[in-house]
Design a binder for this molecule. Structure first.
Ligand code: AMP
Length: 306
């Protein structure tokens, strides 16, 4: 089953303590769509300007990403620039140029409204709500968000939470949203705001998954070299949604499937941070993903105590 993904498509400038690269393919929907495309067909909803390189559009096309929902309009593509600190865990946004994104109205093309799986990648919650308004009867809706929206669009975000099956956010955002210092309490508090499931990301420390009376804690695949953490969260969300759409299909989504989806999301995110932009994801296949999944399982597994 395919997954509909809406979010930002960007040209990023990224600075790490050792390297800086400009005008890279980025954006929450770009990472999420390519992540999901390892497992299933993707319907992409987004906007770019006329300056957006055709090579990127061609690349999406090679990944089974349906581009009927991609608007190409006069003007400049959304641009974001960020700089990472030494630990590569924290970063500062240097600049944001909304450009064509400022007037983005995500209208769904014919056929998109019936998509069973939906990933509302990180964009303004009002736009995420607008996409949901157009959906017929989605089977499973996942939303991602960020600190900015908790700060400036909390009401819209709270409205959205009542309409989604799963929320993905990181540890500091979960604390910010709930005012809880304990991540366990924060995860549970967010479930009470609407989503049946919450995936709480802890960067290099893995992820916590919350459901009703069920809980899963997953590490992160240990890496020796991280080159660019940009898009790790989006790739995680895309991998998770894509695996779920491909494997849960028409049946009910179970917690066991969500556990597996979270691990596949983590594996894809671990590949993504090994190079700038989507370069690493371009160079791997599903076979590599499965291989790392198996290695991750082997190193995380332990026996029941006698
Ligand atoms: P992440 O590293 O998962 O937080 O995602 C980074 C990506 O999010 C970059 O490629 C940016 O282009 C994109 N991005 C940054 N700020 C925003 C925003 N306000 N709305 C949508 N996308 C954004």
């Amino acid at each position: 089953m395919s997954v509909l993904i809406v979010g930002s498509i960007a040209l990023d400038t990224v600075k790490t303590p050792v390297e800086e690269h400009a005008d890279l393919l980025g954006g929450s929907a770009s990472y999420a769509a390519v992540g999901a495309s390892f497992f299933t067909d993707v319907k992409l909803v987004g906007i770019v300007g006329e300056d957006f390189p055709k090579a990127h559009i061609d690349y999406f096309g090679t990944r089974n990403i349906d581009l009927k929902g991609l608007q190409i309009v006069p003007g400049k593509t959304f641009r974001w620039s960020g700089e990472y600190h030494w630990d590569l865990n924290t970063r500062e946004t240097r600049s944001v140029d909304l450009n064509v994104f400022e007037h983005f109205n995500p209208t769904l093309p014919a056929g998109y409204a019936a998509s069973p799986y939906v990933l509302l990648a990180n964009i303004a919650p009002s736009l995420q709500n607008h996409v949901l308004d157009q959906m017929q009867k989605p089977k499973f809706v996942i939303a991602d968000t960020m600190d900015l929206w908790i700060n400036i669009a909390k009401e819209e975000l709270l409205k959205l939470l009542k309409r989604v099956d799963m929320l993905i956010l990181n540890d500091s955002e979960a604390r910010q949203l709930t005012g809880e210092t304990s991540l366990i309490k924060a995860g549970e508090r967010i479930r009470k705001l609407g989503p049946k499931y919450v995936a709480l990301k802890k960067g290099e420390h893995g992820c916590l998954l919350f459901g009703e009376d069920v809980f899963f804690s997953c590490g992160a695949y240990p890496l020796e070299d991280i080159h660019d953490p940009t898009g790790a969260g989006d790739t995680f969300a895309g991998g998770l949604a894509g695996w779920l759409a491909s494997n849960a299909g028409e049946g009910p989504v179970t917690f066991g499937q969500l556990r597996k989806a979270v691990v596949y999301g983590s594996v894809l995110a671990s590949y993504n941070v090994e190079a700038f932009s989507l370069e690493r994801l371009r160079s791997i296949s599903l076979k590599d993903v499965d291989k790392r999944y198996a290695a991750f399982k082997a190193m995380s597994h332990f026996e029941v105590l006698e």
